[in-house]
Design a protein around this ligand. Structure first.
Ligand code: ZN
Length: 77
């Protein structure tokens, strides 16, 4: 599992079960483990510090480059 954090304040946002290699560009909602109910406005998902971290895309969240960091391990197969 990856832990996705806000790049600005290091708040943990959610946990994500990423499959495969490569950059984290989007998070599929069925593989997200929510840690909080994050604020949403105008189709964007915000950290509690007020920085937008992702864009709501229905079944997934499109991640805003540079707005988040992640740690942990990916599943590779
Ligand atoms: Zn933040």
């Amino acid at each position: 599992m990856l832990t996705v954090r806000c790049a600005a304040c290091r708040q943990k946002l959610w946990k994500y079960d990423k499959v495969g290699r490569g950059q984290l560009l989007r998070c599929h909602k069925d593989r997200i483990t929510p840690l909080h109910t994050l604020p949403q406005k105008d189709g964007k998902i915000y950290c509690f510090c007020g920085k937008p971290v992702g864009i709501e895309k229905g079944t997934s969240i499109s991640m805003i480059s540079g707005a988040f960091i992640h740690s942990g391990s990916k599943r590779n197969y």
